[in-house]
Design a protein. Sequence first.
Length: 436
Amino acid sequence: MIFVRSLSTVLPVFGFLLLAGCGTNSVIERSQKMASLGDYKHAYEEISVEFDRQVVAGEVAADVAELHSQLKLEWMRDRAQMMIFAEQEDDALKLLDQLEELDPTYSGTKPLRIAAIAKKAGRIVERANEQLNRKEFTAAMEGYLQSQELIPGFELAEEGIERVGEVLARMSIRAQQQMLQAWRKYPDFRHKEVAWHAASVLRNTPDLSDAKRDSAKKLAKNANHESAMSKLQEAKSCESANQFGAAMMLYRRALQLDPELVAASDAIALMEKELLAIGLLDRAQIAMRNEKFVIANELLQEALNVSTLLRAEINDMMMQSRKLHGQMDYQEALDLEVMGKKAEALAAFEALTKVWPDGLEDEEARIVGLKIDVESAKAEWAAATKAEAEGKLEEALDHYLTAERFYAEWRDGEVHAERLRKAIAAKALEAAGGGS
């Protein structure tokens, strides 16, 4: 009977395990087949049901866990790809960020990220082109610049920027400045108890020569010193966290408890300086936000002279201010280049390299290009005047036009070209008349 009952207990359990194992294998196979057909969504859903069931059961099989993890990545990649096709690039990029957090080495992330960024940049340029056609120049330029934030040097955006630059060059200085501006915004109860007890003894012992009174005074003094030291430690913790206002209040309380505590009085003087430095830092940040970098640097230097504890932070802010100042200068030089003022832009970029000898942006490359344009324009102009002096009007005209292409804003090349066209036409007419 025992033997039979054992079989009746074991067999159902063994059979259940066999069925569960077969079921798991079947789920894996179905998921793998769906994935092989590119149906990652349903493949992931299929394996997720089995994965969740095993999680609830308390043990997940290694092959199920591995496939679940793999298919989750594939499903996320596939979903991101569909989002890109549907022109939902921002959602796709967020999903790719999540995918990269799950597996930084996953090979499918990078190409999709590149594709999403490229498509987003392309759509921004398309919209900017439409705005440019509607003469919405500010919005168009903002679009081109946004696309280049995604893809530096984006060729389609460069073409649009050139077109906007052509329009800008024909505007008044005031209109140009308006356009440019639009493109640039916190257990010392024992000590208290002792102090209270000593005060009680002093009140109840009017005889100044009583030994109890003298002992109580010492006891009170010691208790106050202990309380002061406790406050001192609290203050140091606040000081370490750069909470100088809270630290100074605690140091003052410590000094009230023990007026002979030199460490507290010294620390109060230090905290006053650090609070002054914080005020200077706040003012410097405001100046930096308003692009008043000279004022910001003066405030930061003053803070550096005052502070002992914030020197690292102040130095970081100085570096940040210097870089922001450099980027502003770079942008101003770039604006000059966009407006066609190449000599002024060249001088501005060269001044930038003196402040940033190791480089800030791509100013070295821009200097090379601008030098070529300026020097070529000068050479062509010299050749034009020489040819004109020699009576070679057609040759002079060609040189003037070439100089104009290199540097249109340098001189009134178009005026000279028009004058030569008329002279050439008159000469031809004269020649034709004389021939007849």
